[in-house]
Design a protein around this ligand. Sequence first.
Ligand SMILES: [Zn+2]
Length: 55
Amino acid sequence: MKYCYKCKRYTLHDECPICGEKTARKEPPRFSPQDKYGKYRRMLKKEETKWKKFA
Ligand SMILES: [Zn+2]
């Protein structure tokens, strides 16, 4: 993934198709899905154990 700092947009091209500026290699921001879903997994597990008591 390339990034044009001038237009502040991602592109797949070596040169920005909008302004013609050389683009830089940049990865899109990571949202750390592991943490995000880890939270829900833990919540789910908590619920699970809660319900197991009644089972
Ligand atoms: Zn550009």
